[in-house]
Design a protein around this ligand. Structure first.
Ligand SMILES: C[S@@+](CC[C@H](N)C(=O)[O-])C[C@H]1O[C@@H](n2cnc3c(N)ncnc32)[C@H](O)[C@@H]1O
Length: 299
């Protein structure tokens, strides 16, 4: 065995390379790449530092990619979201931790002991709908996307997580494939970057996330307008919409919901305190009619 292939030696060289490239947390990243590639744990590196790295050339390639700014998940093809592992491909957005706020807020709307039909518009890897179905075993879901390649990735994630029996993955332009009044909770993290700002994004986002997942049109609101316009048709009375938003859309998106007739509109923040999720409820006119009927009967 060449001494260069020993775990400890390879790791040290990788840390030095990442450090020189100003990658934050170089030790953590070098270790994560090594463990992912070799199928070992950080403890294995400490306990058996002299064992060889079996895929040393690939490890060196991965470290070079990371040093050049390629995001970790684009190298390993995997991302942890909501404690679950998702495959990430060039056709999908790399799921963001911030989107876990949307999962948390949507879960609060879904009873644990009742069935519920959930739709996820622009599903990408399927991270939102699959996280929701994972935590709500009685719920069923539909993940919709205009990208066939993204849907293939979502399907492989559903299979790997054992959730394919409760989710349908459907090609659709926004909500067009959904039946009227068929959904209890509609969630979406739509593309919301203002078109003119895309070129100024961090290269890790601009050069690796698909443009279809980023481009929100000239004011960043194109997708919200399309989704909110049709949402009342596909939601059941009393159903909810839960939308991820950009940090500066905490006024504009609630206004769109208000104009579309949604009630109980609220805005929720991420861990950094920025506006991140907006909720709204479709009025339950059937309940209103019943109440009115009772009032009339009394009167
Ligand atoms: C910001 S990504 C969100 C992906 C995933 N839900 C997540 O949170 O990681 C937006 C998704 O919307 C999809 N999309 C873009 N235009 C669409 C359209 N007209 N109809 C349906 N989906 C669309 C993209 O392909 C992309 O997967």
């Amino acid at each position: 065995m060449s001494p260069d292939t020993a775990r400890q030696t390879a790791l040290r060289a990788a840390v030095a390379q990442l450090q020189a490239a100003d990658i934050p947390s170089p030790l953590w990243e070098a270790r994560h790449l090594l463990c992912d590639l070799e199928g070992i744990t950080p403890t294995d590196i400490i306990a058996y530092p002299d064992l060889p790295v079996h895929h040393i050339t690939q490890y060196q390639d991965w470290v070079a990619l990371r040093a050049s700014g390629v995001p970790m998940s684009r190298i390993t093809g995997r991302r942890n979201f909501w404690g679950l592992e998702f495959h990430v491909t060039p056709a999908t957005l790399d799921p963001r931790m911030d989107s876990e706020v949307l999962v948390k807020e949507a879960l609060a709307l879904i009873p644990t002991d009742q069935t519920c039909d959930i739709a996820d518009i622009g599903t990408g890897t399927g991270c939102l709908i699959l996280a929701l179905l994972h935590d709500r075993p009685l719920a069923t879901g539909t993940g919709l996307d205009i990208s066939i390649e993204a849907l293939k990735t979502a399907q492989s994630n559903a299979d790997a997580l054992g959730l394919s029996g409760r989710v349908r993955l459907v090609e659709s332009d926004w909500l067009s494939a959904l039946q009227p009044q068929s959904i209890d909770i509609l969630v979406s993290n739509p593309p919301y970057i203002v078109q003119g700002e895309i070129q100024h994004l961090d290269p890790a986002v601009r050069d690796h996330d698909p443009i279809l997942a980023l481009d929100g049109g000239t004011d960043g609101l194109d997708a919200y307008r399309a989704i909110i316009e049709t949402a009342p048709k596909v939601l059941r009375p009393g159903g909810w919409i839960a939308l991820e938003i950009g940090w500066d859309q905490g006024q504009t998106v609630p206004n769109l919901l208000n104009k579309a007739g949604f009630l109980r509109i609220s805005c929720h923040q991420d861990t950094a305190g920025r506006d991140r999720v907006v909720l709204g409820q479709k009025p339950d006119t059937t309940a209103l009619k019943k109440t009115l009927g009772k009032d009339r009967a009394k009167g």
